[in-house]
Design a protein around this ligand. Sequence first.
Ligand SMILES: Nc1nc2c(ncn2[C@@H]2O[C@H](COP(=O)(O)OP(=O)(O)OP(=O)(O)O)[C@@H](O)[C@H]2O)c(=O)[nH]1
Ligand SMILES: [Mg+2]
Length: 240
Amino acid sequence: MAFAASEQTDDRSALPVALKVLIAGGFGVGKTTLVGSVSEIRPLSTEEALSAAGTPVDNLTGVERKSTTTVALDFGRITIRDDLTVYLFGTPGQQRFWFMWDELASGAIGAVVLADTRRLADCFPSVDFFENRQIPFVLAVNCFDDAPRYRTEDVRSAVDLEEPVPVVMCDARQRGSSRDVLIALVEHSLRTMPPPPDAPQAQDEPQAQDEPQAHGTPQAPGEAQPQHEPQPQNGQAPRS
Ligand SMILES: Nc1nc2c(ncn2[C@@H]2O[C@H](COP(=O)(O)OP(=O)(O)OP(=O)(O)O)[C@@H](O)[C@H]2O)c(=O)[nH]1
Ligand SMILES: [Mg+2]
């Protein structure tokens, strides 16, 4: 699939651009919900019923009424501007389907990593995945009704995110909210993208850089202890 089809010219009436973005995050965090709420076409989804066999490994905390899970992908489309269409690819959240992520990520300009503050550690594998591949992403906290609320800077600190990575609050059920998340991602991706090869070269001035930060054990957001302190689950290692 070809993306970013327009030529790099000063002519803003260039060809329309189609971008591919991934919607990732842990099991049951609202990926299919987000694609469904924002897509202007009937979303393609690959939901299968949760079976009793998955009970020991599928953490349903906070989404106890969930009865299906994505087994391949979600697909949707949204036109952000007349000349900018975003194609959405929702990833499967269950660990046994992660082998598909590399295929799904091919050609993506960025990703939304959804997080639930009741199970914050579930987003770590997604964050690591996109960091390791240098794919721009935003962390979108899907504010479930009964989940504790934290400031964005507390979530950033708990997930140990680099400063440029946007952290946004959203309600994946609301079209406008989901759209704002995608706009934040597209803006972030455009800021982060390397310049085209024929762009004027910046002077090679030494830049003051922070020491690389090692990802430590995640801290609970906020000064007060949250009701559900984020902890690695299912034998999952903390972000390191
Ligand atoms: N209250 C509330 N419920 C939500 C929200 N987003 C999703 N849900 C519900 O949470 C459940 C999980 O949503 P899904 O969209 O299936 O989650 P998913 O991330 O696609 O799940 P997997 O594909 O199985 O990993 C569903 O029952 C949704 O109706 C939200 O923002 N608030
Ligand atoms: Mg899903």
